[in-house]
Design a protein around this ligand. Structure first.
Ligand code: N01
Length: 547
């Protein structure tokens, strides 16, 4: 069978793939297909069905904003949307815009290689189906490759074990079970209180203690829902003007502009309000160690106040990194959960996990019997979802070789040596440091505009130059170093959670608003930093990207 010929192929049907499809199929009338490994739309939300799975962005901002009609007709029920509600939303979007007819589900892309003679990408799926496409767009998500640590003995464990990112669709019944959960990142912090509600006993294996601020989730009032409808344009403008794409603005004051009493009052009010904007009360919490320490110490004091057992409180408050240097979790009764008689905290930094036995988890301090193990151990983030596809670019260059020392790309959008391959929210873009739908809409629109430009001007290939990519990686490093983010040595932002992964700060920390401007300038200057080639293409004005 000859391969199916398409203008564009999109890998993934999450937030990114759905909108990219709409941008290319409905606005440019291209022949587009989406291939999706899951049995339905949703991307990360299709797989992450663990107990307590909920978005930490507020619901009225964790959605598309490109369609005023969609915004007006959809109504969120809670301050933070739960996984099933996000799935209902994305299914609604798929139906409303008639996207499903262009998506093939249960179809995993295994291999994509660039054929220079035809200037096409040849794509193969797990079932052996082949596609030949002009533009290849990966919308594979940043956190879609589950990391199950290699711990000796897991294969002999007599009970069941699960990774939160590949959760069974019919759920897991913890009633009467002894459960062990490994990991206290955002996921573990969401799951632990919910699992503790039904488990007979829950043992939490903590390697790195973590900050968390109450989410204060509540049902949305009709007044707030009306406010969202009436102020959609303002909310969108705010999200587009801020560094992190959230609908709140970081206050332009230093923690040292106020007295100790005033600062405590501000932190108390933020703690009572809850949510990710805890860090937004002062401009220097994320950039200055001394300023950060005031927020960190406030949260540590809260932990000691909430947790009754002083030894447990000390383990929870013994945090080795600045606040928000790792992705800051928000929670519903996380620290309170340690006051249950049935919940136990084990410090596996002090006494590491040595192996798994048929009946439990063994540490240097002894064995903890469990019937179920939950791995809340995160993901091979950002590069993992790309590298598990065998991608080969120009002259046989494998992506895994091009990225051996860490991801090199330009604006997080294109990789030198991989013409006409575009990545949505790849490494080098703000993505995970931003409210994701905001980052995704900007990327999908930029990519669509680039493809439209190519078609209008008879350009056959667009490819990031090596010089622009190297310069951009420098900017990504500089942006990270201007913040406290690199101070968290065990962070997945740095690839530090995966043994052997190069330690490179992956997302762009310069802020979404700044990044949006840079990308717009690059396009306005005739795609500076990209080589545009083809019958009518004029050469790129400069080999390097924006300064
Ligand atoms: O994963 P993580 P996550 N032995 O990598 C521990 C997004 N998210 O799934 O810190 C013992 O943050 C590891 O310990 P350490 C969000 O962007 C979004 O929680 O490496 N422990 C850590 O405690 C988030 O940042 C939402 O020392 C081991 C934990 O496992 C990202 O997903 C909700 C270990 C992993 O934490 C990832 O969060 C939830 C081992 N061998 C998540 N290996 C939303 O709101 C790992 N750990 C949308």
């Amino acid at each position: 069978m000859p391969p199916t010929k398409l203008d564009a192929l999109i890998i993934g049907a999450g937030f990114a793939g759905l909108y990219q499809l709409l941008c290319l199929r409905d606005r440019q009338d291209l022949n587009v297909q989406v291939l999706e490994a899951g049995a339905g739309v949703g991307g990360t939300w299709f797989w992450n069905r663990y107990p307590g799975a909920r978005c930490d962005s507020e619901s009225h901002s964790y959605c598309y904003s490109f369609s005023p009609e969609l915004t007006q007709e959809w109504q969120w029920s809670e301050r933070y949307p739960q996984q099933p509600e996000i799935m209902r939303y994305l299914n609604h979007v798929a139906d409303r815009f008639d996207l499903r007819r262009s998506i093939r589900f249960d179809t995993r892309v295994t291999d994509a290689h660039y054929d220079a003679t035809e200037n096409r990408w040849q794509v193969t799926t797990g079932a052996g189906d082949r596609y030949s496409v002009t533009y290849l767009i990966t919308a594979v998500g940043c956190l879609s490759t589950a990391n199950v640590p290699s711990i000796t003995g897991l294969q002999d464990f007599a009970g069941n074990w699960y990774h939160t990112g590949e959760w069974p669709h019919d759920g897991v019944d913890f009633t009467g079970k002894r459960v062990g959960i490994i990991g206290t990142g955002s996921t573990g912090i969401q799951a632990i209180p919910v699992i503790a509600e039904t488990a007979a006993h829950l043992t939490v294996f903590q390697r790195t203690a973590n900050y968390s601020v109450p989410a204060r989730n509540v049902p949305l009032t009709p007044e707030f829902q009306q406010y969202v409808r009436d102020n959609a344009a303002l909310i969108r403008a705010t999200m587009h003007s801020t560094a992190n794409g959230h609908p709140f603005v970081v206050e332009d004051q230093s923690v040292f502009d106020v007295t100790d009493e005033q600062r405590t009052a501000i932190f108390e009010a933020a703690w009572a309000k809850g949510g990710l904007q805890f860090r937004a009360n002062f401009r220097d919490i994320t950039t200055d160690l001394a300023a950060n320490a005031t927020a960190a110490n406030f949260i540590k004091a809260k932990i000691r106040q909430i947790v009754n057992n002083p030894a447990t409180a000390e383990k929870l408050a013994d945090i080795d990194h600045p606040y928000a240097a790792k992705r800051p979790p928000i929670d519903s009764d996380y620290f309170e959960t340690y006051n249950r008689d049935t919940v136990e905290l084990v410090d596996v930094r002090a006494a590491p996990i040595t192996h798994i036995t048929p009946s439990g988890i063994a540490t240097a301090n002894g064995e903890y019997p469990v019937d179920i193990i939950v791995f809340a151990t995160g993901f091979d983030a950002m590069t993992g979802p790309m590298l598990r596809i065998d991608i080969t670019g120009r002259d046989g260059l494998k992506l895994r070789d091009a990225w051996e020392a860490g991801p090199t790309n330009y604006l997080g959008l294109q990789i030198p040596g991989f013409p006409n391959l575009f990545t949505v929210t790849g490494p080098g873009s703000p993505s995970v440091l931003c409210n994701m739908p905001v980052a995704i809409e900007q990327h999908a629109e930029w990519i669509a505009a680039c493809i439209a430009h190519m078609r209008t001007h008879g350009i056959a290939t667009t490819e990031a130059t090596q010089a622009a990519a190297i310069e951009w990686v420098g900017q990504v490093n500089d942006a990270a170093n201007a913040t406290l983010l690199p101070h968290a040595k065990h962070s997945w932002y740095l690839g530090a959670n995966i043994p052997g992964k190069p330690r490179i700060f992956m997302p762009y920390a310069g802020g979404m608003a700044r990044y949006r401007e840079i990308c717009a300038d690059v396009a306005a200057q005739g795609y500076v930093g990209f080589t545009l080639a083809g019958a009518n293409a004029s050469p790129s004005p400069s080999a390097t990207g924006p300064g």
